[in-house]
Design a protein around this ligand. Structure first.
Ligand SMILES: NC(=O)c1ccc[n+]([C@@H]2O[C@H](COP(=O)([O-])OP(=O)(O)OC[C@H]3O[C@@H](n4cnc5c(N)ncnc54)[C@H](O)[C@@H]3O)[C@@H](O)[C@H]2O)c1
Length: 295
């Protein structure tokens, strides 16, 4: 079904993995596509496949992590296709590390690509979309943003993408721009690197199974849907709940340390939240829930 006919769409990180699937499906649905990847050969390969099937496409080897190059991706789309109707902000990196083993340069690179890259391309696209009278942005987050072992830096970047999505959806609604985020799970290079991810993500969880979700959010079929974080891991599709201020909300003119301690001992103790994707109970709650072993 050609439900993106006449639309111009930018997909970053589209040389392989999820981005490649998003670009191929977008072209199949009728969109003219900018296939961006910092690995220019891979971008050209994806573009070549789209061209071979009669699609309108141009490749870009710009880095999303450089503001000037991010702008150049958007400029290329306008120059080639006359507009930017959709952006899938997909380019990303990851690695696993315990906090004390972190390499500072690797941390910075991850933040530059996963957070600043999404911001740079998103801001450039938003300016163009506002001038045109509307558009749709799909930011790629991750279920890891709820917190996962050895993924602190990656999780933080994907949490930033979720926050950005809520904020941008608020800012951009009046400009006719919808902003949603997608938390995918698919058998790509990113998953091959980790045994835990491989267990959670067998080979039949292909990137192609996620593409229809991204394309739906991108397209006019999703009119009225903005500010949402949507997760799809292949078989499961659901909305990710947003953080909120949890009741009870206690009030005092001033909170001193004694008052805070009382609040925790007398009230919040029973309201502590299980944390991380694995929903680990805080130790104070754990003693009530896990049966004591006989000594
Ligand atoms: N695979 C999963 O299960 C999974 C789960 C959750 C989130 N994600 C997210 O989905 C997105 C795609 O991941 P993937 O699994 O396809 O990974 P991948 O490694 O297969 O592909 C990512 C692509 O991004 C490109 N890229 C990296 N830095 C770039 C830059 N500065 N500028 C332009 N391109 C750049 C890479 O060259 C690569 O081709 C990422 O944002 C990732 O965090 C993936």
């Amino acid at each position: 079904m050609r439900f993106l006919d006449g639309k111009a769409v930018v997909v970053t990180g589209a040389g392989r993995g999820l981005g490649e699937a998003f670009a191929l499906h977008a072209a199949h649905a009728g969109a003219a596509v900018v296939v961006n990847d910092i690995d220019g050969d891979l971008a050209e390969r994806t573009a070549g496949n789209i061209r071979a099937q009669g699609g309108k496409v141009v490749a870009s080897d710009h880095s999303v992590a450089d503001p000037g190059q991010a702008q150049a991706i958007i400029d290329l789309c306008v120059r080639e296709f006359g507009s930017v109707d959709g952006l899938i902000n997909n380019a990303g990196l990851n690695y696993e590390s315990l906090p004390w083993d972190e390499d500072i340069d690797q941390m910075r690179e991850l933040v530059e690509v996963n957070v600043l890259g999404v911001m740079y391309v998103g801001v450039a696209a938003a300016r163009q979309m506002r001038a045109q009278g509307g558009g749709s942005i799909v930011n790629v987050s991750s279920g890891a943003h709820l917190g996962q072992r050895k993924l602190g830096t990656y999780a933080a970047t994907k949490g930033a993408v979720a926050s950005l999505t809520y904020s941008w959806a608020l800012d951009m609604e009046d400009a006719g721009i919808r902003v949603n985020a997608l938390c995918p799970l698919a058998h790509t290079r990113m998953v091959w690197k980790s045994e835990r991810s491989l267990r959670a993500c067998p080979p039949d969880r292909t990137a192609s199974r996620i593409a229809p979700v991204a394309l739906f959010l991108l397209s006019d079929r999703a009119h009225g849907i903005t500010g949402q974080v949507v997760r799809c891991n292949g078989p499961q599709l659901h909305i990710v709940g947003q953080p909120y201020f949890k009741a009870p909300i206690l009030e005092r003119d001033v909170w001193d340390s004694d008052g805070v301690e009382h609040a925790f001992n007398e009230v919040f103790q029973a309201h502590l939240e299980p944390y991380g994707l694995e929903k680990r109970l805080p130790p104070r709650l754990r003693k009530w829930i896990v049966p004591a072993t006989a000594s």
